[in-house]
Ligand binder design. Structure first.
Ligand code: ZN
Length: 464
């Protein structure tokens, strides 16, 4: 009876003009009804209705561990319990009408930041990744449609609900479901080309909401020192306060939902002034400056974000050019200490040093930027490559990136630069590049002098 009432409630909240679900012969559809409950502990109660004979019946928790069993309701009124397999799988009988389960949001996490995915928060403000709580079809085609509603709390999911509060999703959205916020406060950042909706989850001891949103807005505006307009019409960011931390942003990540979703941990006891020096927020936002490169090539995407993190903060005036170069030199030095004389190819193939991956990638980005400026008389740059790539589609390949570099250069350039870096000891190209740019490493940072390419160097961080 409770279940019938639940579905009745779901259907009554749909407007009469809502898009009709596909007929039974179509790929089928799924309807999620999610209710936030406080008792006996904060949890998501999830009802999942299969619509149509061909609706999926093989389901998966992408990140298993939060739910042990699912209640399954047959079309004949039967009811049974199905265990979730160790790998997160749930296979239901063909006559299944609906499923129901509870996901606890405060399960004790194991390891540092483990709760970032599985659920962290306090009171009625929670952060969780869709892959932990959302039971999705094991294989989901774009043709599969799904509706999702959330009751009992104000949610910030990657998607925009329709006027009646229903999220209308495709199969892909269920697979790459991004980060989710439940409860908390909100602010909206409006930028040329797009807006950023922010959920503030938890309490800060020294920062008020207005200051947090102003800091995040500055970071988002720094993306506009690289791209002409904000790269997505709407993205969401969740800020999750971490008790006992004084560092402003201990951790952050972007997930490639459609559109992408970002979440950042913020130190509950961090001083307002410390946010001025934060680089994590702008780094994550800069990942949006080009379409995701698939299959993922970590040294390229992390290299670009790492490189532009320093440039963008100098272009906006948040740090001086000398400071930007000091940060770049320090990063390259840390990477060199981490990987020694190994080749870049060995470092990025084994992927055992994040410093090595990020900073050898950042050096390739710097080298490409300088090479593009050299061959175009400083009229085109790596910024133009990102602009071109974004204009060509919602995702890109590694080869697309290379082709965009060559197109902006007006000649083959990408392969030559990249293969030189990959085949040599990591960062072997650093010193000749710095010398040409007039950047000298001195004990307290970087000294900028006059050299052949110093006008290019100054253009890299020129205000915009
Ligand atoms: Zn990154």
């Amino acid at each position: 009876m409770a279940l019938a009432a639940l579905w009745g409630a779901l259907c009554s909240c749909l407007p009469s003009g809502a898009r009709p679900l596909p007929p039974r012969e179509e790929p089928g559809a799924l309807r999620y009804h999610v209710t936030y409950v406080r008792e006996p502990q904060p949890a998501l109660e999830v009802g999942l209705l299969r619509v149509g004979e061909r609706a999926p019946r093989d389901f998966l928790f992408t990140q298993p561990g939060g739910v042990e069993r699912v209640r399954v309701f047959g079309r004949d009124g039967s009811e049974r319990e199905v265990p979730v397999s160790a790998e997160g799988g749930v296979l239901v009988p063909p006559d299944t009408r609906s499923l129901r389960y509870r996901y606890p949001l405060n399960a004790s996490p194991r390891g540092r930041h483990a709760g970032f995915f599985t659920g962290m928060g306090e009171g009625d403000a929670w952060h969780v990744a869709g892959r932990a709580w959302l039971l999705r079809p094991r294989t989901a085609t774009p043709a599969l449609s799904a509706e999702l509603v959330v009751e009992g709390v104000d949610a910030l999911l990657p998607w925009t609900p329709d006027a009646s509060g229903v999220y209308r999703l495709r199969g892909d959205d269920l697979v790459n479901s991004g980060f989710h916020g439940f409860g908390g406060r909100r602010c909206m950042l409006r930028l040329p080309g797009g807006e950023v909706e922010v959920a503030l989850l938890g309490r800060m001891s020294r920062m008020d909401d207005a200051a947090l949103c102003a800091w995040l807005e500055q970071s988002a505006r720094e993306v506009l020192t690289v791209r002409r307009s904000f790269p997505y019409p709407r993205v969401t960011v969740r800020l999750v306060a971490v008790p006992g931390r004084e560092d402003p942003v201990p951790f952050g990540m972007v997930l490639w939902s459609t559109p992408p979703s970002i979440s950042l941990l913020v130190g509950q006891d961090a001083e307002p002034a410390s946010f001025t020096r934060d680089w994590v927020a702008v780094h994550e936002l800069l990942h949006l400056a080009h379409p995701p490169i698939l299959p993922r090539v970590a040294w390229l995407s992390e290299g670009l974000a790492t490189y532009y993190t320093e440039l963008a903060r100098a272009r906006s005036g948040r740090q001086t050019p000398e400071r930007a170069w000091t940060e770049l030199l320090a990063g390259f030095a840390r990477a060199r200490r981490a990987v020694g004389s190994r080749t870049m190819e060995d470092v990025v193939t084994r992927g055992d040093s994040y410093l090595g991956t990020y900073w050898t990638g950042a050096l390739v980005a710097l080298h490409l930027d300088v090479a593009l400026r050299r061959v175009t008389g400083n009229t085109r740059s790596l910024d133009d490559v990102l602009e071109r790539l974004a204009a060509s589609g919602q995702v890109a390949t590694f080869d697309d990136f290379g082709a965009a570099v060559d197109a902006i250069a007006g000649r083959p350039l990408f392969q030559e630069v990249v293969s030189r870096h990959l085949s040599q000891p990591a960062l072997a190209e650093l010193e000749p590049l710095l010398e040409a740019l007039g950047v000298e490493s001195v004990p307290d940072g970087a000294r900028l002098g006059v050299a052949r390419d110093s006008p290019l160097r100054d253009a890299l961080v020129a205000p915009r």
